[in-house]
Design a protein around this ligand. Sequence first.
Ligand SMILES: [Zn+2]
Ligand SMILES: [Zn+2]
Length: 389
Amino acid sequence: MTSNTEALRRRSNAVLDGKETPPTDDETSSSSSSESEAPSHIEQSKPRTSSASDNATTESAPENHSLYSTSGSKMIQHVLPWLGLAVWPLMLFLPLLLNHTSKCHYSTLFPRTWYTIHGELWLDKSVEEGGIWEWGSSSDKPLRHPLGLSLGISAVAIGHVFLLAYFRLHQQQVLGNTTPVQRRGVAEYVYLTALKSHLSQPGGFLLLGLYLTITWVFDMLPPSYYSFGGGIQYTRVALCLICQDFAQFVMHRVEHVSHPKVYRISHKPHHKFTNPKLFDAFDGSVPDTAIMILIPLFITAHVVRDCNVWTYMAFGSSYANWLTLIHSETTFPWEPLFRSLGLGTAADHHVHHKFFKYNFGHTFMWFDWIAGTYRNPKDVWGKEFNVGV
Ligand SMILES: [Zn+2]
Ligand SMILES: [Zn+2]
């Protein structure tokens, strides 16, 4: 009853704000999109079916208001949305867990020979000094031990599970009201179908996994990347994110302005979404992922050369998950702060998908600021985008 009342109250507010509103509660009823239809994530959260109840809602607002008169429930309403902030540290869950001095420390979980050479950590050892080769061989060349690789892929996967769990709560408005970025044309979708498609994109996690495996096992990364010495180096994580986004910005620009054939084969498939949703993040072509994500990843590893395995893990997880978040069809509570700092938000990236010529950066808008290609979502508030996104 309380959740119904809350949903009705939010609906009432949305109507009063002039926002587009959901007509149905049927999560799986439609896969089509229409300019006049409201986004399904709102539909899914509303246990209401008719416009008649809208009128009833507005009329009964004073009565509902009394349910929120206590300061406790008001405080909960204000605090709940901010619980979503936990998704950021949770992206680093595995490297933090395995470095924690507890039963879960990596040295108590794995045999020492999997992450050391002659009992020493690899931190300062070069290839020439030997010993960093620990695992089998391929013809005349030995291979890297796969422990770090497996943990790295697991770190991204676990971080992504937390993100998806949070997004489901956010989408269902369990943590508070949400605002669609764009006013029209939000695609409706069945959550599980979209999730399956998201996880099985050949140009997404599968290709990323292949890249990580090949570059790791065949020793294509700087030596320190194989070292378990030390914990997460946070400044290096930030440097990697900045370097990655700069390289991605350049490659993205190249894809847009080079020969039309290049654009058509590589990046155009991702631009079929003029109003993307979170699950469209990795929906592109294999060449697009190779040009815009894998080449920048390789460049970043060889520019920021002194990362250890935990830093590489933390960077990989925060990058992949942030890239996913900026494709969300709704905004998040931290985004006003991010916008002011030039950190990528969903609305910033929606500007790119909607208008093509702006916001080529993904996790940072700094390079667009410098290149003069930045367009603030505020410019289209009340037009293509909802006010406040
Ligand atoms: Zn995109
Ligand atoms: Zn583009």
